[in-house]
Design a protein around this ligand. Sequence first.
Ligand code: SAM
Ligand code: SF4
Ligand code: FES
Length: 370
Amino acid sequence: MHSDVSSRGDEKNRGAGEKLTGKKLTDAQLLHLITTEDPGEMRELFAAAGRVREVHYGKAVYFRGLIEFTSFCKNNCYYCGLRKGNAKIERYRLSPEEILACCRMGDTLGYKTFVLQGGEDPFFDDEKITGIVSAIKKEFPESALTLSLGERPRESYERFFRAGADRYLLRHETADPAHYGKMHPPEMSLAERKNCLRELKKIGFQVGAGFMTGSPFQTPGCLLQDLRFMEELQPEMIGIGPFIPQADTPFGSQSAGSLNLALRMVALARLAVPAALIPATTAMGTIAPDGRELALKAGANVVMPNLSPQNVRKLYALYDNKICTGDEAAACRFCIEGRIRSAGFEPLMCRGDWAGFTGRKTPPGNTLKK
Ligand code: SAM
Ligand code: SF4
Ligand code: FES
């Protein structure tokens, strides 16, 4: 499929398509594309990524309803406002009933995927998570359920999968071990993060890896490693967004990542894993008013509007100035639909599985423990 991508382009961009798609780019080529600020080269890159996306997904943009269910976290990532060491934020947890109420609201608005995301909160042990997963799947059997709860033992992931969870988001954050060490305290490790991603894949989840762009200490070489890791892992989803400082973290006085770099990485991730689901992230919309629309034009094909109750939105403060914290779920749903249409894409409220999805199953050779 991938090899005929360039033949579908318009004449103007055909040269770029042939150069950038259908073959593995060298490290030197990738480093050039990671760093180029040349408007013509960036246009060609985004156009090539757009054509690859069209081969697999056409103009469709899928919706996910995001439920930020806990702002407690036992970790201390240096970049994140939810880190345990941040004494300034007010913490909250949603009850199972409140989570279900968010899903009901989402269902009324047409969502067919719910994403439960939170800090690594030991209060939500396996028992509680499986209970919530089962309750959501019982009430909304047609809908997909994505979890994003951080690192857990394989057994926990297996329990979540058996309870009905379909997908798991766990950004690897950076594929460069030295860079990982500068973004996290010593008790966290890239090897463990990667191990979790591999286990999740073996269990049968559609898996999302990903990284921030423009994070402190990041070099073009780090981003090259991110792309090579994506090629190796072949995740079904790739989450990419600019780093944005949060005042009460160790990185609070660092600068945010640039829009152009984030867009180039979305496009390069699309070329690296052609059929991946790639969101136009909230962080993109935070650093530029039209950041999400530009991400769609650079190869993204998913949006994740917020379904969390309005009274807790501001408290899920990963970074400063996050958009949509004052808006109702319905307002975001229709706002983003309008934005997608005006950018020339087709909003779709279906489950929006990965293009290669052939039903829930555990890959051969990997049995789930009873
Ligand atoms: N705790 C889970 C985890 O870390 O995988 C899920 C929630 S965590 C808040 C979701 C993502 O937010 C992280 O993977 C990270 O990439 C992103 N994030 C955290 N702090 C950020 C910041 N300052 N700027 C941009 N993205 C940030
Ligand atoms: Fe916790 Fe995730 Fe934030 Fe790290 S990124 S502090 S694990 S919520
Ligand atoms: Fe939330 Fe526009 S998407 S208000």
